[in-house]
Ligand binder design. Structure first.
Ligand code: ZN
Length: 323
């Protein structure tokens, strides 16, 4: 099911709202680099979690032939990091949201606004979980965000600097179905998803399949119950498996209902056997414990392991690093 959002906007408001629509500047991280020269690469735009640190919130950018094709999650700072990475909003085909917590979805309106200052005219797909009693679904969330009580001026047919407009299409993925299935396809890209447990919050994990590569992203999840099998299937043989590492092994039961402890994360990676495991969504409670975390993970997974940093560039094509 899809919707095409076509709200009109009072043109006169835009100048004032432009002024009000500021972003908090983040410090440019060390090692900033562009993946744009790689034929195939995944770039970590944000490696942090909800905390106000010098890491952007989760956001992962797929580069293909110098173009920013897909974005997975749009955490705070994603817009800034996209710009630092040299990505162009007019090139993005779709944004996939693992869930609608603010640390994963907050920059969506800022990215939509940024796109209005580009020659973009084609549709932008926003794929995310459907709703439940705890959260609205992605389509309803978008309708609220860009509706009469939200950023109405950003919705629909907007005559902006380039005289173009573009529609948003919201796509809901059933958040109660842990079965891995195709949720989106375009050209040489197929995206599969499955519901994964994240307390009461509808949440998804994704698998992006392209020519010669697979990228899997766990999102935030406890990784238990049917979620464990879903994650193992989504990450099976992945070129890169980005797993959210939000808690240390010492975390209590409440945190473990939301997130994977390193031992569980390692067990899933050990079963899925990705070519590289990348730990992201790094938070204060795990930073500085990389040796302990790595040792726990290595009990089950012995392949390459990386702790993500903002703007890390992971080539996806054949390379000495990934034979
Ligand atoms: Zn999170």
């Amino acid at each position: 099911m899809t919707i095409r959002q076509t709200f009109s906007r009072p043109n006169a408001l835009i100048a004032l709202l432009c002024l009000a629509f500021g972003q908090t500047a983040l410090a440019a991280p060390p090692g900033a680099q562009s993946c744009g020269s790689q034929p195939l690469a995944l770039q970590i735009l944000g490696s942090g979690g909800p905390e106000a640190t010098d890491r952007a919130g989760p956001a992962y950018l797929l580069w293909m032939d110098g173009k920013a094709r897909l974005l997975i999650d749009a955490g705070p700072g994603a817009r800034l990091r996209l710009g630092e990475a040299g990505g162009r909003m007019e090139d993005l085909e779709a944004i996939f949201l693992t869930h609608l917590h603010a640390d994963h979805a907050n920059d969506l309106p800022a990215l939509v606004k940024a796109a209005y200052f580009t020659p973009r005219s084609r549709r932008l797909d926003i794929v995310g979980p459907g709703g439940n009693a705890a959260m609205p679904g992605t389509r309803r969330w978008l309708a609220t965000l860009f509706g009469p009580e939200g950023y109405r001026y950003l919705a629909g047919h907007l005559a902006h600097d380039h005289g173009e407009d573009f529609p948003l299409r919201g796509i809901n993925v059933d958040p109660a179905n842990p079965k891995v299935r195709e949720v989106w396809r375009s050209g040489d890209l197929v995206v599969r998803a499955a519901a994964v447990p994240h307390g009461p919050i509808p949440a998804l994990a994704y698998r992006v399949e392209g020519p010669g590569f697979v990228v899997a992203v766990s999102g935030d999840t406890s990784g238990d119950g049917p979620g464990q099998a879903a994650l193992e299937q989504l990450a099976a043989g992945a070129t890169v498996f980005i797993a959210h590492h939000a808690i240390p092994e010492s975390a209590g039961p409440a945190a473990r209902r939301l997130h994977m402890a390193p031992s569980r994360l390692g067990a899933i990676a050990g079963a899925a056997r990705p070519a590289e495991l990348v730990l992201s969504h790094r938070m204060t409670r795990t930073l500085g414990q990389e040796n302990e975390t790595g040792a726990l993970i290595r009990k089950a997974y012995t392949g390459p392991l990386r702790f993500a940093e903002d703007l890390d560039c992971l080539p996806l094509g054949p390379s000495p690093r990934r034979p």
